[in-house]
Design a protein around this ligand. Structure first.
Ligand SMILES: NC(=O)c1ccc[n+]([C@@H]2O[C@H](COP(=O)([O-])OP(=O)(O)OC[C@H]3O[C@@H](n4cnc5c(N)ncnc54)[C@H](OP(=O)(O)O)[C@@H]3O)[C@@H](O)[C@H]2O)c1
Length: 330
């Protein structure tokens, strides 16, 4: 027997409820690799899947948790053997498939990535999907020519999971980082991660009539989308790129094409869920080498399976700072 957070849906009221339950291995869905899960984390999608479902969960009862790290217990696939340390993000695990809020998980071998040297299972979930996606965004910006001597790089939604890790990675790589936040009380936290400038959310969260403003930013990791992304596009330097990661501020993009046509600005889409294997391996190796572990530790809030219903509601309300690390065995 082992413990998992199980979400049930009442057929009559349509309401969902989440609670820690005892399950047996026979309850798990089929999979090629059985992982003894050690750590998971809390993402926006997890908030939806712990709570109302958000159209992501296919059937109940459901075990959420869109990412986890742990040790292989059994494998019918030659690529993995007992004792291997692995990480899983994406592939709709925790949404369409049972996820990481469980002491055991059965998954496809294709979904796993071996943990690189220098990253243990706890650190991997301090990074989590949010940090992995931040790394993908930084890699995409670099691949499109972002360089340290081009000027400051903007990070929006900076005190959130993606933004915190992006800030720490960029600062560690030597970039000048301007961090946009709607929570002024996080300024010290963001400065400690390496931001050299704090930009108030109000300065950027409304569109302006002019499609082009001063050329301020040599790159941008955008976790917010919406009006803020539209505004930032008009402030990018000539030829610079924005990596669009999230929609914390909205999915609509009330922009013009002028920054693309007159300044050669690039808008790069970042998807972590279906990311090809080779780039996943590259990103996790870069995380191990480019994210300072002391900065990562400063972002961590420890939690247990029992804390998840409250944390799920908190992240939907924009109340989670940095990275929550869930010790599923605590
Ligand atoms: N593309 C992918 O594969 C991928 C992967 C992971 C996450 N995501 C998406 O990326 C986004 C960020 O994820 P996360 O894990 O970092 O979430 P998070 O921890 O909740 O952080 C989001 C941050 O955005 C800011 N924010 C929230 N509401 C806002 C609003 N109305 N206007 C402007 N800023 C607002 C807040 O930062 P401040 O408090 O600093 O203002 C908040 O902390 C989410 O939309 C998530 O779904 C996408």
């Amino acid at each position: 027997m082992f413990k998992a957070l199980v979400v049930n849906k009442d057929d009559d009221s349509g309401k969902t409820s989440a609670a820690v339950q005892e399950l047996s291995l026979a309850d798990l869905p089929d999979g090629e690799v059985t992982v003894a899960v050690e750590y998971s984390t809390v993402n926006y999608k997890d908030g939806l899947c712990i709570g109302p479902g958000g159209g992501l969960v296919r059937k109940y009862p459901h075990v959420p948790g869109i990412d986890f790290a742990g040790t292989v217990e059994a494998s019918s696939d030659d690529r993995y053997k007992p004792g291997d340390r692995v990480v899983l993000t994406g592939w709709r695990v925790g949404e369409a498939h049972w996820g990481g809020y469980s002491q055991k998980a059965n998954v496809k071998a294709d979904w796993l990535v071996p943990l690189p040297e220098g990253l243990d299972t706890r650190a991997a979930m301090a990074v989590g999907t949010a940090g992995f996606t931040a790394m993908l965004a930084v890699m995409a910006l670099e691949d499109h020519g972002m360089a340290k001597n081009h000027g400051p790089v903007l990070v929006t939604g900076a005190a959130g999971g993606v933004g915190s890790v992006a800030t720490a990675i960029l600062a560690n790589l030597g970039y000048e980082v301007a961090a946009v936040t709607g929570r002024p009380e996080t300024a010290d936290y963001l400065t400690a991660l390496g931001a050299t400038r704090i930009v108030a959310r109000e300065e950027l969260n409304e569109t302006v009539k002019r499609p082009l403003e001063s050329e301020n930013w040599a790159g941008c990791v955008d976790a917010v989308g919406g009006a803020m992304l539209a505004r930032v596009l008009g402030q990018m330097k000539y030829g610079a790129s924005v990596a669009a990661v999230g929609l914390a501020g909205g999915a609509a993009l009330p922009a013009t094409v002028i920054p693309f046509l007159l300044r050669g600005v690039n808008l790069l889409g970042i998807d972590s869920v279906m990311q090809p294997y080779d780039n996943r391996v590259r990103a996790w190796k870069r995380v191990a080498s480019d994210l300072p572990m002391d900065k990562l530790e400063a972002m961590v809030h420890p939690a247990t399976l029992a804390d998840l219903p409250q944390l799920g509601a908190d992240i939907l309300n924009g109340q989670v700072k940095g990275r929550v690390v869930v010790d599923v065995n605590a």
